[in-house]
Ligand binder design. Structure first.
Ligand SMILES: Nc1ncnc2c1ncn2[C@@H]1O[C@H](COP(=O)(O)OP(=O)(O)OP(=O)(O)O)[C@@H](O)[C@H]1O
Ligand SMILES: [Mg+2]
Length: 447
């Protein structure tokens, strides 16, 4: 089997860790030691190293202390026996050494580190250094903020540093297999990544709608200039919140995915009708999970079926009650505080009151396409390799039938099926009319 790229880098890093650990123990217990300080143990050179581990260190520009903390958190996954030294019993107390921190898992037989372990390794009994190291456990540090490490807050928190220190699955995978996983949909993570095979040229929108959409994409590209270089971050709230509203099949989802593709951001769709009804009680926690990840990963959050929100809000009676529903209030607050891109999509256009609208930087109305746009939609839908009979007149179809872009796509599918069932390789007018009849019937209309 070929060696996995990056194993050498991890090997070297663990060896370095072992040397620091050994030196710390010797210095602490005043045993013979070739060094006066752990700082003499220079960390492995990672320049020119193209492993994912080295890339992670370079990306955050981690220093000696941060590298020690990271590898300490990874060691139980990579070479757990390295920490066995820390299991020794203090003969004075008959127990483990308090200053080593650590905890024992239910199943894992070895030593599992806590923040205290990291403090001991790096600072020993040097209080000054200990205080300096503490800041790596702040919520603002990437270890926490970017979810590189896990700090089990639910564990008994006798002191903040008795919290178990672990590496997130994502970090473990990234450093070992080099794979940066994308999370999968689950009750705990009620979001799905959406992509489109379509391109901007396929999108048919009225110019004013296109202009609003261009604003969103300009924000994504230029937010740093606006917020930092121009210093407007002082007065402008970070993030960009957009509401897409309009009838079904008018391109709301498609536009969200195109914005993602254009700006290189992943788009995650959260079906609010599901979230609000299905995960009641758990909703806040699960949504928090999505928001936290999204912030770190620079995703576009696309809340679909947002009518579920308006529904909830309008069910309540008095005006003061409107935001009483906890989940909705929570969601709106998170949306407002989120410093990335949030797009909400809904079919309703009524019920969007001022209080709600104020929270959004743009409200984009996806209207039904007019006859000219419908003609463009017909043409672009059928410009592939399939053959079209001469009796098909796009202009006539466009003028006669009020269909949405989604409707036209459905008709094209139906028309293609109809042609093939006639054992023909050419779609004719009647094939399309069969589809149109069905499509209009869905909307409660007749030909
Ligand atoms: N404006 C448009 N331009 C080009 N194609 C469109 C447009 N609107 C819809 N389509 C086609 O219809 C499909 C469905 O559209 P989409 O899912 O984006 O609609 P939507 O507005 O999100 O509808 P819903 O409200 O039902 O979620 C698209 O994948 C695309 O093929
Ligand atoms: Mg949609």
């Amino acid at each position: 089997m070929p060696a996995i790229k990056g194993t050498d880098s991890l090997d070297n890093e663990i060896d370095w860790f072992c040397r620091v650990l050994d030196t710390r123990i010797r210095l602490y217990f005043e045993q013979t030691c070739d060094y006066d300080s752990i700082d003499e143990m220079v960390p492995p050179q990672l320049k020119g190293d193209d492993s994912e581990y080295a890339r992670l260190i370079a990306m955050y520009d981690f220093d000696f202390d941060e590298r020690m903390i990271l590898i300490l958190a990874l060691i139980p996954h990579l070479r757990p026996q390295v920490l066995d030294t820390l299991l020794i019993t203090n003969s004075n107390t008959g127990r483990g050494y308090v200053e080593f921190g650590g905890w024992k898992g239910k199943v894992h037989g070895g030593f599992l580190p806590t923040c205290e372990t990291a403090l001991f390794l790096l600072a020993g009994s040097d209080l000054n250094r200990r205080i300096r190291v503490m800041r790596y456990f702040d919520e603002s540090h990437p270890f926490h903020h970017h979810g590189l490490l896990t700090f089990d807050d639910e564990a008994t928190r006798e002191t903040i540093f008795s919290r178990p220190l672990g590496a997130s699955m994502e970090t473990v995978n990234r450093c070992t297999t080099g794979i940066c996983q994308k999370p999968d949909f689950s009750a705990k993570f009620p979001a799905t990544r959406i992509k489109s095979t379509l391109e901007w040229d396929d999108l048919v929108l009225a110019p004013e709608v296109m202009d609003e959409v261009a604003n969103v994409s300009a924000w994504i590209k230029h937010q740093n200039t606006i917020m930092q270089t121009w210093g407007l971050g002082r007065i402008i709230k970070p993030g960009y919140r957009v509401l897409f509203y309009g009838p079904p099949g008018t391109g709301k989802s498609m536009t969200a995915t195109l914005l993602g593709a254009e700006t290189g951001m992943d788009v995650y769709r959260i079906d609010l009708s599901q979230v609000v009804s299905k995960y009641i009680g758990e909703t806040e926690k699960n949504l928090a999970n999505v928001f936290n990840q999204a912030e770190r990963k620079n995703w576009i959050l696309f809340f679909d079926e947002a009518d579920a929100l308006f529904g909830k809000r309008t069910q309540t009676s008095s005006a003061n009650d409107r935001y009483a529903n906890q989940e909705v209030a929570y969601l709106l607050q998170r949306i407002e505080d989120f410093d990335g891109i949030v797009i909400l999509a809904t079919n309703l256009k009524t019920n969007i009151d001022e209080a709600f609208a104020r929270r959004f930087q743009s409200l984009v109305h996806f209207s039904m396409p007019d006859a000219d746009d419908r003609q463009r939609l017909w043409r672009s839908s059928l410009n592939g390799q399939c053959k079209i009979d001469d009796d098909v007149c796009f202009q006539q179809l466009a003028e006669r039938y009020e269909l949405s872009g989604g409707g036209i796509t459905n008709v094209v599918r139906c028309g293609a099926l109809s042609a093939l069932r006639r054992e023909s390789d050419t779609i004719c007018h009647n094939d399309l009319v069969t589809g149109i009849t069905k499509e209009l019937r869905k909307e409660g209309k007749t030909l």
